[in-house]
Design a protein around this ligand. Structure first.
Ligand code: GLY
Length: 372
């Protein structure tokens, strides 16, 4: 496995629990980068995902979250604080409120549990919102996980299952014209039958990869800021115009996030933080008096069509698990399961909508890999 973010660690844990010998390589500390920087929101409906295949995968992953987190917590002894008590989307004008009613009708036709709240209902749900709120849509199945705790839990769970997580300044794939041979790091060559590129925003830059197997992934920066609020101040993750707010049990309220194609620049900027605070304080003036405790930025792995790149490549033994863009934390359990299935069986049919070949960069599928 190359890449020790939540995707790489979840897959390493899954494969190790299925009996595989797994090593994970990363240039940086495990569970950092976007895995650490995100807010951990598990909200496919609030994200308004319109692609059917992606929405279906996100829904599956949301359903798999409780059992997956339980396995990780059992193996690690670390509780990742999974909270699936609904996500609130607050509207501040009649037009936006009407849109929420429309979204509610279309979600209910998909059997998604959601509820339109009027002003009083929205304020009863989250009393810190501005009294100027018009109403809100509560999606009951959604929620969040504390992604930093989840990262720590996954590292410990991987260790407990015998996965070796190794850091090296140089990491490259080694292959011949037909298949992977292994991974070369600063410490030497490690022979591998299977290598997975789970390098997130850095996936296109992995060295030694043939051009036909390079995923078209680019970094999309998200800036975040945290306030220190009284514990229990906010119950649910809440979207307001221009920002989302996600509580943590230690009393932090995370406010995110900008969306900026800005290369590998991970700086926070005055304009970025100003925009987030402006949106948050507009929607909830009560936030204006709290202390800003932290600001940071992370790089989402974006792709040209917004879908992840998952599954085998024309290079035998080389798999991709990257390009998750805004939904990497949400998609960790389903990515782990489905890539582990593909590695075990060679059947990538369930991942066909996410195959690298959709970008027209691959030759016909090779060896034992089948796309239905
Ligand atoms: N999933 C939220 C974000 O990417 O900002």
């Amino acid at each position: 496995m190359i890449g020790a973010g939540l995707i790489g660690l979840s897959l390493a844990f899954e494969l190790a629990e299925r009996g595989a010998a797994v090593r994970v390589f990363d240039r940086a500390e495990p569970a950092r980068a976007a895995s650490w920087a995100g807010a951990g929101m598990l909200a496919p409906y609030t994200e308004r995902i319109t692609n059917d295949a992606l929405l279906t995968l996100c829904e599956a992953s949301l359903r798999e979250y409780p059992a997956f987190v339980r396995r990780v917590a059992d193996a690690s002894g670390v509780d990742p604080h999974l909270r699936l008590e609904g996500v609130l989307y607050a509207a501040f004008g009649p037009e936006e409120f009407a849109n929420l009613r429309q979204q509610s009708a279309s979600l209910q036709s998909r059997a998604v549990a959601c509820e339109v709240l009027d002003r009083a209902g929205a304020l009863a749900a989250e009393p810190w919102l501005s009294p100027s709120v018009a109403g809100a849509l509560l999606k009951r199945q959604e929620g969040f996980v504390d992604n930093r705790r989840f990262g720590r839990a996954l590292v410990a769970a991987c260790n407990a299952r015998g996965v070796r997580i190794e850091r090296s300044d140089s990491i490259a794939l080694e292959c011949d014209s037909r298949r992977v041979l292994g991974v070369r790091t600063g410490g030497g060559f490690i022979a591998c039958d299977v290598v997975v590129n789970a390098c997130g925003a850095w996936a296109a830059g992995l060295e030694g990869v043939p051009a036909a197997c390079v995923p078209p992934v680019e970094p999309i920066k998200g800036q975040m800021v945290a306030l220190s609020v009284p514990i229990g101040f906010a119950r649910r993750a809440t979207w307001v115009p221009g920002a989302y707010l996600v509580p943590r049990e230690d009393g932090r309220l995370l406010i995110g996030a900008t969306v900026e194609p800005s290369g590998f620049d991970e700086r926070t900027t005055a304009a970025g933080i100003h925009a987030l605070l402006h949106s948050a304080v507009d929607a909830a003036p009560a936030l204006g008096s709290f202390t800003v405790t932290e600001s940071w930025a992370g790089l989402r792995p974006g792709t040209p069509d917004g879908l992840p790149v998952l599954g085998a490549t024309v290079l035998e033994g080389f798999f991709l698990a990257t390009g998750h863009y805004r939904n990497g934390i949400l998609l960790a359990p389903a990515t782990a399961r489905s890539i582990a299935d593909a590695v075990e069986t060679g059947n990538c049919a369930p991942l066909a909508p996410f195959a690298l070949g959709r970008f027209g960069t691959e030759r016909p599928a090779a060896s034992r890999i089948t796309y239905a």
